[in-house]
Design a protein around this ligand. Structure first.
Ligand code: ATP
Ligand code: MN
Length: 470
């Protein structure tokens, strides 16, 4: 029996395999002079070169086409070429499926530059492309190190329900789910599967809070769904969210956790995904960023280099107002205390003014959710958003309102149904404590780290308004 290796294993341990017999499998990226096959198996951005014997049957050679899947048993040799240290001298080749070259020409597997949009239209094939392969391997590493961070820091992974009856934030449209035939009037939700109206969850936070008030430190990492019609390059209808929730945590501790956590992830990716990052960096450099070489790598290093700027919402408003007057700039949305920060304001703060990530805290209560802790001024809540260069809000969190009476009042003020959320309110009667947490959009983080302009290019099968194909 000949042992099977991934191309990554072979190339990484190169010298150890010289003159050994090995088995590899993969898809053909190119085929030259009827003897050189360039093979990739997805384990790495790198390919292995296979050298076929000179006198190979013509009928087999005909079947060796781009995209075809093959198995090769061969001897590892030191490569004469400079590109790679080793190559594989084929002794036996099996073709699983030979691809018709006419089909290939219409597909994104044809080795030439394709637009990211075209890749999206063939989402089922794009795992085979260099760029999407890089993104998916990095996406995996990000997910992995998120679990690693929490595990090593005493957090418990909590599975919160996907089917829910409440709209956590009170904002944003939800997808309703039902087993009823909606054509048949009248609609009586008493007869629906759960005997009430149910939705796909927009967040696991409220459940995570109650878990934290028993387990101490928990986090969720799962899919959430939003039916809002925001057809932007930063919004998906189905995306993945990470929500840690920590008992006995004040806002300052929450902010520190968020910063440490984000830096941990970025450092982990720099340490573990460099090959893929370098490839993406090259793609970006070729796309008009020539003036700024190593755009992506420098952007990531910038996150690690400095402490994030911490500034209150009220100070932000003052600053933007002063800038408008001093520098003669005009924002589309006028600067008034109480407004929500728009993308233009976030961009100005992060990309033009501070030039590092910014944490804005203590927002007006009127633009934030009911569960955020009221400050003594009666006007602001202990909320915080982290704004990242080029992408804006990447993470949003708060210290939660732990005082029963104030929470109840806030629910009334914001028209939050306290009957549905009786259990949430109830946690404030059984040993309530200060606690905090945040929500980090996983896909938006992947988007930032990979430098992709469109969030649809960092998730395998994006769900967006008018699009649920694949
Ligand atoms: P935004 O203003 O960008 O729409 P939000 O205020 O609605 O964000 P939150 O409800 O605080 O966001 O959700 C927490 C995090 O989830 C955000 O910081 C962001 O990273 C991410 N996020 C929010 N909406 C989406 C979406 N539609 N697609 C992908 N990620 C999202
Ligand atoms: Mn939103």
């Amino acid at each position: 029996m000949v042992r099977k290796y991934s191309i990554k294993e072979l190339l990484n341990k190169g010298t150890l395999f010289i003159n050994k017999k090995v088995l590899v499998e993969g898809w053909i990226r190119s085929f030259r002079y009827s003897i050189f096959i360039i093979l990739n198996d997805g384990s790495t951005i790198k390919n292995i070169q296979i050298i076929l014997p000179k006198k190979l049957d013509k009928r087999i050679i005909k079947k060796i086409t781009i995209g075809s899947s093959i198995r090769v048993i061969g001897i590892v040799k030191k490569s004469i070429g400079t590109k790679q240290y080793i190559e594989l001298q084929s002794l036996d080749i099996t073709i699983y499926e030979s691809v018709d070259s006419k089909i290939i020409q219409k597909s994104i597997l044809q080795p030439k530059k394709h637009s990211l949009k075209k890749l999206r239209e063939q989402a089922h094939l794009r795992f085979r492309t260099n760029i999407f392969g890089c993104i998916m391997r990095i996406r995996h590493n990000i997910a992995f190190c998120i679990h690693k961070y929490f595990h090593e820091n005493g957090f418990f992974y909590l599975h919160t329900p996907i089917i829910t009856t409440s709209n956590c934030e009170g904002t944003g449209k939800m997808f309703q789910i039902t087993t009823m035939d909606l054509k048949k009037e009248p609609i009586d939700y008493e007869k629906d599967f759960f005997k009430c109206k149910t939705y796909l969850s927009v967040s696991g936070q409220l459940e995570a809070e109650s878990a934290s008030l028993g387990l101490g430190k928990v986090y969720t990492f799962g899919p959430v769904f939003r039916a809002e019609n925001s057809n932007t390059s930063r919004h998906l209808s189905e995306f993945w969210m990470i929500e840690p929730e920590i008992a006995f945590y004040h806002l300052e501790e929450n902010i520190n956790l968020a910063e440490t956590f984000l830096k941990f992830i970025i450092r982990y990716i720099i340490e573990n995904s460099m090959e893929d990052l370098v490839f993406l960096n090259q793609c970006l450099d070729n796309k008009g960023n020539q003036k700024k070489k190593n755009f992506l790598l420098e952007k990531l290093e910038l996150i690690l280099k400095f402490s994030f700027k911490k500034i209150s919402y009220t100070e932000v408003i003052k600053l933007l107002d002063q800038e408008e007057k001093k520098k003669n700039i005009k924002f589309l949305h006028p600067i008034i205390w109480g407004m929500d920060l728009q993308s233009e304001h976030e961009q100005y703060l992060v990309d033009k003014y501070f030039k590092i990530p910014v944490i804005v805290f203590d927002y007006p209560c009127n633009i934030k959710a009911f569960y955020m802790r009221m400050n003594n001024d009666g006007k602001t809540v202990r909320a915080m958003d982290i704004l990242f260069p080029g992408i804006g809000e990447i993470l949003g969190g708060s210290q939660r309102e732990e005082r029963y009476d104030i929470l109840l009042q806030r629910m009334k003020d914001t028209n939050t149904d306290k009957n549905k959320l009786w259990w949430y309110l109830d946690t404030r009667r059984f040993g309530s404590v200060p606690h905090s947490g945040f929500g980090l959009g996983f896909d938006r983080l992947v988007q930032f780290i990979t430098g992709m302009n469109n969030i649809r290019d960092v998730i395998p099968f994006p769900r967006t308004p008018n699009n649920a194909e694949f």
